[in-house]
Design a protein around this ligand. Structure first.
Ligand code: FES
Length: 67
């Protein structure tokens, strides 16, 4: 299933990068998730939060700053 349509990134691609040790933020950034329209970021974080290999503190770092 696609996580990011703009960049053709699948859920499996994200999980593979996380399994290699990148944090949620770094995994999404590495793959370019959210670099287009940005609408996919929250869904990508939600999907990763359900992955046993991901941890909530790492994923919250992927959220854009409200500053
Ligand atoms: S769907 Fe991911 S940036 Fe547009």
């Amino acid at each position: 299933m696609y996580v990011c349509i703009c960049n053709n990134i699948t859920e499996d691609q994200v999980k593979n990068v996380v399994a290699k040790g990148l944090t949620g933020k770094d995994a999404l950034s590495h793959l370019g998730v959210g670099s287009g329209c940005g609408i996919c970021v929250m869904d990508a974080i939600d999907r990763l939060s359900h992955d046993q290999n991901a941890t909530a503190p790492n994923l919250t770092q992927a959220l854009p700053s409200n500053k």
